[in-house]
Design a binder for this molecule. Structure first.
Ligand SMILES: [Zn+2]
Length: 118
């Protein structure tokens, strides 16, 4: 439970103390992309090699597809299958993806870092 808490709070995968991202708020758009170079507590390298986080884009892609399928399932449950195949679903889904983009971005980077953690 503690490790899950560390993950969700953007903490270091090794010690769980240092913060991976410069800003705690994912909606601080000027610092949304900024990752600390290393852990402030144990000096674990958050950027072990150039382009390390390219792999996180595939994770983010998977998250957005899963999120869109989930939204379509909700829409189908409420409005029916044929009524969900319209531009309203696409627009609402695009809006939700735009709103949740910073959270998905951080989640995918954290997942990539934690999976790669030795
Ligand atoms: Zn650490």
């Amino acid at each position: 439970m503690s490790k899950l808490n560390d993950f969700l709070n953007g903490r270091c995968p090794r010690c769980g103390v240092g913060r991976v991202f410069v800003s705690r708020n994912p909606y601080n758009l000027s610092k949304m992309l900024t990752t600390n170079k290393e852990c402030s507590n144990c000096h674990y390298d958050f950027i072990p090699e150039m382009g390390f986080y390219w792999g996180a884009t595939y994770v983010a892609y998977g998250i957005t597809v899963a999120f869109s399928v989930f939204n379509f399932a909700i829409s189908t449950a409420i409005f029916g299958f044929m009524n969900s195949l319209n531009v309203t679903y696409v627009m609402v889904n695009a809006g939700l993806l735009f709103i949740f983009c910073p959270i998905f971005f951080r989640f995918s980077r954290m997942l990539w870092l934690w999976v790669a953690h030795d």
